[in-house]
Design a protein around this ligand. Structure first.
Ligand SMILES: *Cc1c(COP(=O)(O)O)cnc(C)c1O
Length: 227
């Protein structure tokens, strides 16, 4: 019989913990593009942290889960991944607990307004982009520093700045990937010791774990390739 999602999840988590000497670490099971039945099965097996990129798709699937299993609403923690867009902020607040990949100050301002208005908590991760890859969102270090105070001023009872989200380079080259993760760790350790790091996907999670990731986002290594 094929491995269950929970076994694949646990196998990844065990590998991650072997690579790292820090805590806490949360493994987020990225279920984007996967059908409702997959999520339902993963939930029944015991997975609780899920990641999704497309807000309407996530709402559709997880509303169905919460209808079928009312307890899931309190048990499941939903992570929004990828760029935060002003247009989806309204739907995101109250449904997701975290958003990983904030790279626009105006979207963050919208998020703050919405969270205050609805009195719902949400945590966010700012995306760093050290490689300057244009296909990737995120702040350069200089860009981030120039906005840091504004970001800090948006924090409130309902909006918490959890840390930084980093994507490995598109090349997938291990040496380059290592440099990116190591740089993020170095800056975090020295200047933002209270912030956590969201880094690592199916292709690079062992390196991410080695360099201090606290939130690892894995899709295909748990649920299989996306079509
Ligand atoms: C899709 C996605 C993941 C998971 O990717 P896999 O390679 O399937 O593990 C992680 N993080 C983000 C931001 C994603 O968009």
């Amino acid at each position: 019989m094929a491995k269950s999602y929970f076994e694949a999840y646990t196998a990844c988590l065990t590998e991650i913990q072997k690579q790292s000497s820090h805590s806490p670490i949360t493994l987020i099971a990225v279920s984007k593009t996967k059908p409702y039945e997959t999520i339902r099965q993963a939930y029944l097996e015991g997975i609780r942290h899920f990641g999704e990129n497309y807000v309407p798709e996530a709402i559709e699937k997880f509303s169905q889960l919460f209808t079928e299993f009312p307890a899931a609403r309190d048990e499941v923690v939903l992570h929004h991944l990828g760029p935060l867009q002003s247009g989806t902020v309204r739907k995101l607040v109250g449904f997701f607990s975290y958003t990983h990949g904030v790279s626009s100050l105006s979207a963050l301002q919208e998020l703050q307004k919405r969270a205050e208005k609805e009195k719902k908590k949400i945590g966010f991760f700012l995306q760093w982009n050290f490689t300057g890859e244009e296909r990737k969102q995120g702040w350069s270090l200089e860009g981030f520093r120039s906005k840091e105070n504004e970001v800090r001023n948006l924090e409130s009872e309902f909006l918490s700045w959890e840390g930084f989200m980093i994507m490995g380079p598109s090349s997938g080259d291990p040496i380059e990937t290592k440099q990116v993760f190591a740089q993020a760790k170095r800056i975090r350790d020295k200047e933002y010791p209270k912030k956590t790091l969201s880094m690592g996907m199916s292709g690079d999670f062992l390196l991410a774990a080695k360099y201090g990731s606290n939130w690892v986002r894995i899709g295909s290594a748990i649920f299989g390739e996306r079509l």
